[in-house]
Design a protein around this ligand. Structure first.
Ligand SMILES: C[S@@+](CC[C@H](N)C(=O)[O-])C[C@H]1O[C@@H](n2cnc3c(N)ncnc32)[C@H](O)[C@@H]1O
Length: 322
């Protein structure tokens, strides 16, 4: 039986396919259903680009203050922070059937990925970090017409990497040098880079809901390792949880590990970022150039229960200086 929080991980990762937006909507626009009259709120299931008013922000902060009254105890904190991989292994062991869904939104939000799949795009290398079961890697490969494209899917969970490799298409794609998958810890302190990959060879690093799984004290090392794999002019495509997302606000007792950093019921960790933090981590400290940072804020409505749920994801593109 999947816990509510596990369902949340999956539903956040797996946004519904948005086929109708492909070729029509520009990236970082995030949908166009705007709530202009408050009384209309329960007329639809979701609204896009919702701004929070002061009252809502105050309510979010009240919830967060309450979480601070009952943080995770030091003993358990040590366990979750010292063995994070173990919990992702368990996650993939119990949720494997929930993966392998297509992700059409990638084509809208990160068109540069699909530029690499064009027939004449030439030698290109995409590295998906924290690839899980390959939910981004395989949609890219399924569109690929470029024989010189290499897609590396890396994750520090060997169970996840086994799932990637057990895909019926992996062997063939690996034989044709289009697909690679290996165990790799983005934040490894030895500065190792993924198997079969050369230093400074990556055109595009895709990070979808992976950076939030790191402890803030690992960010610096992760950035160093990213610098080592990316080539000059290379891109980082980022999507992850934003501050005050519903998933953060609804955490109850004994889940808070540190400021804005939590452990879910299944033992996996999650951080909630602000745009300013991303700027600081990737640009001011990391030396990458900000191409774009945007917040995808939505209001989801349960019309039956008259409930309002605020979601917030951050999306960004960073570039390595030439
Ligand atoms: C929320 S899941 C997202 C999976 C995938 N990116 C997706 O969107 O379906 C986070 C993934 O990051 C992986 N992960 C967490 N910390 C990692 C690290 N330090 N290095 C590599 N992978 C990591 C986990 O094993 C997990 O597969």
């Amino acid at each position: 039986m999947m816990s509510e929080e596990n369902k949340d991980v999956i539903s956040n990762i797996e946004k519904p396919p948005l086929d109708s937006r492909i070729g029509r909507d520009p990236p970082f626009v995030f949908g166009q259903r705007f709530l202009t009259e408050e009384e209309d709120v329960f007329n639809h299931n979701a609204w896009d680009n919702v701004e929070w008013d002061d009252e809502q922000i105050e309510q979010f902060q009240v919830n967060i203050e309450k979480q601070k009254e009952n943080p995770v105890c030091d003993f358990q904190k040590g366990e979750f922070n010292s063995k994070p991989k173990k919990y992702w292994d368990l996650f993939y062991k119990s949720n494997k059937e929930n993966f392998f869904k297509d992700r059409k939104w990638l084509q809208i939000e990160f068109p540069s990925i699909f530029e690499c799949t064009k027939k004449d795009a030439g030698e290109k290398t995409i590295l998906e970090i924290g690839c899980g079961a390959g939910n981004t890697m395989y949609p890219i490969l399924s569109k690929n017409e470029n024989s010189k494209l290499r897609v590396f899917g890396c994750d520090y969970s060997d169970v996840a990497v086994d799932l990637v490799r057990s895909n019926e298409n992996f062997e063939k794609l690996h034989a044709s040098k289009n697909a690679y998958s290996s165990v790799w810890d983005l934040a490894n302190e030895e500065g190792k880079i993924p198997e079969d990959l050369e230093e400074n060879s990556v055109d595009i690093a895709v990070m979808v809901f992976i950076f939030s799984a790191l402890n803030p004290n690992q960010w610096k090392q992760a950035i160093k390792n990213l610098q080592k794999v990316l080539k000059p002019g290379g891109l980082i495509l980022f999507r992850d949880y934003g501050r005050y997302d519903l998933a953060q606000i609804r955490f109850k007792k004994n889940r808070l590990l540190d400021d804005n950093f939590y452990v879910r019921g299944d033992g996996t960790r999650v951080y909630f970022f602000t745009e300013e933090e991303l700027r600081e981590i990737f640009c001011e400290q990391g030396g990458f150039i900000e191409e774009r940072i945007g917040s995808d804020k939505r209001l989801l409505v349960n019309r039956k229960k008259q409930l309002k749920m605020y979601r917030c994801w951050l999306q960004a593109v960073f570039k390595v200086p030439n």
